[in-house]
Design a protein around this ligand. Structure first.
Ligand code: PGA
Length: 255
């Protein structure tokens, strides 16, 4: 079962996620992080930056990227990761990969998977969840065993992400994303969600049936998942009282 932590605010969640990353990096300075974009992980990156750790040896693999934006576009995830993660955290740019950043697109999924394996696998993968229930850009219908590949974005996702573009017509139609199988291979998943729009997707992912129709539900198959949600995103969790009870009574070695 996942560890589900219900906190007061996105800032508090960011502190917990940053603490998990700090624990990892203190024991493994060249740890491999799976990097998510979007609004959700911003408090984590901020809290981590404030810790002042030396992260120059950390290696990073972005979860996903748009397909079809011109190189250097400010909303490409390559650019977003550079601006919001690499620079503030002091990561080394050459140690951070984004899917599709090398070679022909057709082969990019395979080469990304190979690069992750060659790095020794992802130690800790930060995840958000979309309103469609996607993790990464794995929209409903994604195989639970899928690896990095090109996908078509759901219209809902394009609508949600239009806030970063002049208009919805500028939001790409396609993306390249780590698959659900890729995500399952990471050693520790940290799934974050805030706000009432995420209450349905989080309840479905954690407490509904495991199904390709609910891509986030794949986390139920993973042995080590930490879910950190605020009260609004936790609103539809049937077992919220138990999660609070388990967290309040966690053992010393879990702290
Ligand atoms: P958000 O996106 O963090 O901007 O809400 C999450 C997602 O789409 O995975």
């Amino acid at each position: 079962m996942a560890e589900v932590v219900i906190v007061e605010s996105a800032d508090a969640a960011g502190e917990l996620a940053a603490a998990a990353i700090e624990r990892l990096v203190r024991t493994k300075p060249d740890a491999v992080l799976g990097l998510a974009t979007g609004s959700t992980p911003l408090t984590t990156w901020r809290a981590l930056a404030a810790r002042g750790l030396d992260l120059s040896r950390v290696r990073g693999f972005a979860l996903d990227e748009y397909v079809g934006l011109p190189p250097g576009h400010p909303e490409s995830y390559r650019a977003v990761i550079a601006r919001e993660v690499v620079e503030p955290l002091g990561l080394t740019p050459s140690l951070v990969r984004v899917p599709g950043d090398e070679g022909p697109l057709k082969l990019a999924g395979e080469s990304y998977e190979r690069a992750i394996l060659e790095a020794g696998g992802i130690d800790l993968q930060v995840l958000g969840i979309g309103r469609t229930g996607h993790i990464g850009f794995n929209e409903p219908g994604s195989s639970l065993a899928s690896l990095t590949r090109v996908k078509t974005l759901a219209e809902q996702t394009r609508v949600d992400n239009a806030r970063f573009f002049p208009s919805i017509d500028d939001v790409p139609m396609h993306c390249i994303t780590q698959g659900l199988g890729t995500i399952l291979r990471a050693r520790h998943l940290v799934l974050l969600a805030f706000g009432k729009a995420k209450a349905g997707p989080i309840a479905a992912a954690l407490e509904g049936p495991v199904s390709a129709s609910t891509p986030g539900s794949v986390v139920q198959l993973h042995p080590r998942v930490t879910v950190i949600v605020d009260e609004s995103a936790a609103a539809r969790l049937a077992h919220a009282d138990y999660y609070r009870h388990a967290w309040d009574n966690r053992l010393d070695w879990e702290r």
